[in-house]
Design a protein around this ligand. Sequence first.
Ligand code: GCO
Length: 467
Amino acid sequence: MASDPIARSPTASYQFPDTFMWGAATAAYQIEGAIDEDGRTPSVWDTFTDLPGRVLNDDTGAIACDHYHRYVEDVALMARLGIKHYRFSLAWSRIMPDGRGQVNEAGIDFYRRLVDCLRDHGITPHATLFHWDSPQALEDLYGSWRSREMAQDFADYATAVVSRLGDRITHWMTINEIVCFTHLGYGVGKVPPHAPGTVVRSQKEVWQTSHHALLAHGLACQAIRAASATPCSIALVDNFSVPVPIAESPDHIAAAKRAFHTLGTNGGIIFPALTGAYSPVLLEQLGADAPDIHADDLNTIFQPLDALGFNVYTGNYVRAADNAQGFEVLPLSASYPRLNMPWLWVVPTALYWGIRHVSETLGRGNLPLFISENGCASEDILTPAGEVIDCCRIFYLRQHLKAAHRAVQEGYPLHGYFLWSLLDNFEWAWGYTRRFGLTYIDYPTQARIPKASFNWYCECIRQNRVV
Ligand code: GCO
């Protein structure tokens, strides 16, 4: 009711500014399928999924959501949802079968068709150049991310893509979640859960892979700007770890800021990307395990960005402590709420605190941000009437959107939100056992069934607020 003071208050009604970008996200290997069509060659994920026992149920991305053939139906679904922004990724080995050199125009054509279809529906494409599916050819040639050569090959791939698609795509994201395909793909001392699953000899070599990925990001930023015919927006997408102060008092907030340097891989990924230097606290901790950094590397890595994409699913509570580091990361008890992944502790305030850390801990308060992924796996219930009930997902998303609203209300430059994911899809080492979609995929028939959360998110978008 217009006269209701609560309905008119942006705080109480969780109203977003009119310019807020509502979107959804996917990634090539997780949805496309068609792994050997129109000239695509294997990525490291094709090789990895073919190894018995690496992926649950030995699932592979060979068919996935068959999006390669069903993209028209999927774009119609996006239009029905009401999103005006769609984040997807391009498969490097579709576009450059050898990872370098010759461009496969048929691969480009698929993305041209997809993007034209999006634009016909008034949906702005946001293209991620790399979402973990390195060409197997480069893994065979020089060990992909283990080599510095990968950075230049990635930049050349970026040039090939942007010079062909830059007339229709103006929102680019270079690389998605560096930690996952480097530290989790080459990690020491355990069977890595991610492709390529090559265990390197030392921590130093693991850090070297993420350093090469940072270089790839930096060189790609330069390549995109040089190749784009029109002014474009370039972002990095990162899932830095978020220390959440246990209480919002100055001592705990200060402790969370200290913790930010060494939590996860923050000090060696988001720090160099956004500040031009590895965190000194991390470097001291790493000692001889720090990567080799050439003279000009940090200048290359520290490129001007138009935005940061922040992928957020969970966080870590931190409190001030009377110890050498001045903070303590609090373990969560077994009874703490968690959704359908071992790491998916429900910590909605991590979304807000992540944004504040970018501003206050990294000193990048003017850098536009968007949430490039947020969502959850939940155990969806299929009713006999054919509905899919996923209340847990609605509750999870609602809490996170409220945290996003708080960030906007307090003046942080959060411009948009991409929900992960539009569709249930191939959840990496978990195969098809985990469902993150707003849309249920019945894999045997490939039927798309919008879940309860789809209708709920549709209403949030329509009303431009958290309903
Ligand atoms: C990511 C992952 C997605 C996952 C999602 C759920 O960027 O984190 O890229 O591909 O599917 O995060 O685990």
